[in-house]
Design a protein around this ligand. Structure first.
Ligand SMILES: Cc1cc2nc3c(=O)[nH]c(=O)nc-3n(C[C@H](O)[C@H](O)[C@H](O)COP(=O)(O)OP(=O)(O)OC[C@H]3O[C@@H](n4cnc5c(N)ncnc54)[C@H](O)[C@@H]3O)c2cc1C
Length: 296
């Protein structure tokens, strides 16, 4: 069976039997995919950017938000969610910015008011990542050069006027440039009629607000698809089995993510809302008992 994985290496060649699927993998990196077209007899043609083509029994679009495989299955297009995240950084935070290190502690902190928040996340080696997140137009930076760090800083400080000085220091003192990340999402629901030989996983299938599940879902999709391909040697049956699990699961999570975004980033600019992280929307699951490993 020949599988093409858009978003990772192209896997090519191999053979399979009813109970023994073996794919002889030949990794080919940097083969950017331009499009995929279905062929008669349930196979699919991969069109590379270098204008070469290859035919596969199964093409898996794992190529993220701006998937080139998705148009073979659906007309769904990502659209701006009305919220932008601007990423900022600190290095060696404990020594160079002890006040900010104290704010974030050993994990994550967030401060929010109305449609504005600051989320800080401690990474390894004293690195700190900040998401300056606000509701606003996609062109919030109109008239600015996004590479002009000081001009972006000044615009952000204006947006966060009135916030506590210790939080404004996060905007004042960040190191390096700012990265503009407008949030794009696929429509909810996003689905498609089965197309033989082609499927999607991860953000390509269900791009949703980044509220903490996207990478997990992509991994889960991959595991479910792998199991379906092993258990159902006929690609079409494998895709039926996979999509019948993946699509409803994605819909549930996309609805929840949409609701969380609306709750966390309300469409008003009131500074007095006290919306906490909506645990009721995303109930915490019981964690395995860790007492065996934590004895003190
Ligand atoms: C700011 C932010 C914070 C986030 N935080 C979290 C979090 O805490 N937890 C969580 O679970 N999720 C989080 N997410 C979401 C998570 O990053 C995504 O859901 C996840 O990366 C999706 O994985 P994916 O493999 O589907 O797509 P991607 O990670 O986007 O991978 C797609 C791959 O396809 C390749 N590709 C793209 N186009 C082509 C092409 N034409 N040809 C060939 N290859 C191509 C790309 O180079 C890339 O390697 C966050 C997202 C953002 C933006």
């Amino acid at each position: 069976m020949q599988h093409g994985l858009a978003g990772g290496p192209v896997a090519n060649g191999g053979d399979h039997g009813a109970l023994d699927v073996r794919v002889q993998v030949e990794d080919r990196w940097n083969h950017s995919v331009r499009a995929v077209t279905p062929l008669p007899h349930g196979t699919a043609r991969l069109h590379h950017h270098d204008h070469t083509t290859e035919d596969f029994d199964l093409v898996i679009g794992a190529d993220g938000a701006w998937s080139r495989v998705r148009p073979a299955l659906s007309h769904g297009q990502p659209c701006y969610a009305g919220v932008t995240m601007v990423e900022a950084h600190f290095d060696d935070v404990d020594h160079r910015h002890p006040g900010i290190a104290h704010l974030v502690g050993r994990g994550t902190m967030s401060a929010k008011a109305g449609g504005r928040s600051l989320v800080m996340q401690r990474n390894s080696n004293g690195h700190l990542r900040v998401y300056v997140t606000f509701r606003g137009p996609q062109d919030w930076h109109a008239g600015l050069d996004l590479a002009d760090t000081e001009a972006v800083r000044a615009r952000l400080l204006t947006r966060y006027q009135g916030w506590h000085e210790s939080l404004l220091d996060v905007l004042r003192d960040s190191e390096g440039g700012f990265i503009n990340r407008p949030m794009f999402v696929l429509p909810v629901p996003h689905s498609w009629q089965r197309v033989p030989g082609i499927t999607l996983l991860g953000d390509a299938a269900h791009l949703m607000p980044p509220v903490g599940v996207g990478a997990n879902l992509a991994l889960l999709d991959g595991a479910d698809l792998a199991r379906a391909v092993i258990e159902q040697p006929i690609p079409d049956e494998a895709l039926d089995a996979y999509e019948s699990v993946m699509l409803p699961r994605a819909l549930d999570h996309a609805k929840t993510a949409q609701q969380m975004l609306a709750t966390l980033m309300p469409d008003s600019d009131s500074d007095t809302d006290d919306a906490a992280f909506p645990d009721a929307l995303w109930p915490a699951v019981a964690l395995p008992d860790s007492s065996a490993t934590h004895t003190s």
